[in-house]
Design a protein around this ligand. Structure first.
Ligand code: ZN
Length: 135
């Protein structure tokens, strides 16, 4: 299992995954607020939908900007972006998305499997002397 080279990259992985997950969750909420606003004919719910949609758009922009700089330590591909490259034959998906599978496993399992090379990386920083950090 591979490890990341610095705490900076580890923090960037977690923040980008959190942003991606929030975008994934906020879009259904904004659609739900909008639909309820139409159903109840209430302008306040339309404002909530606008706020949720605007915040999800902002989070999407931030996650796209950050995701290009988060790279797999083995193949140097960005697992939270869609590069258009062929995925590994055993790449995992969640609701049909490789990026969502990577983001949820980074946040909840403490590791991820790169969809491009298929190797597993722990959300841990390797020691400077090259020894394994097995804490
Ligand atoms: Zn990789």
């Amino acid at each position: 299992m591979h490890r990341l080279s610095s705490h900076y990259i580890l923090r960037r992985f977690k923040i980008t995954s959190l942003f991606y997950l929030l975008v994934f969750l906020s879009l259904p909420f904004s659609v739900g607020f909008f639909a309820y606003g139409l159903y109840a004919d209430d302008a306040a719910w339309m404002q909530y939908a606008g706020i949720a949609l605007g915040s999800s758009l902002l989070l999407k922009i931030l996650s796209v900007l950050m995701a290009g700089r988060v790279k797999c330590p083995l193949c140097m591909a960005a697992p939270l972006t869609n590069l258009g490259c062929a995925k590994h034959r055993s790449a995992q998906t969640l609701f049909g998305s490789h990026k969502l599978a990577v983001a949820t496993s980074v946040l909840f399992e403490g590791k991820f499997r790169c969809p491009y090379c298929g190797e597993t990386t722990a959300m841990q920083v390797r020691d400077r002397d090259g020894s394994r950090n097995l804490r």
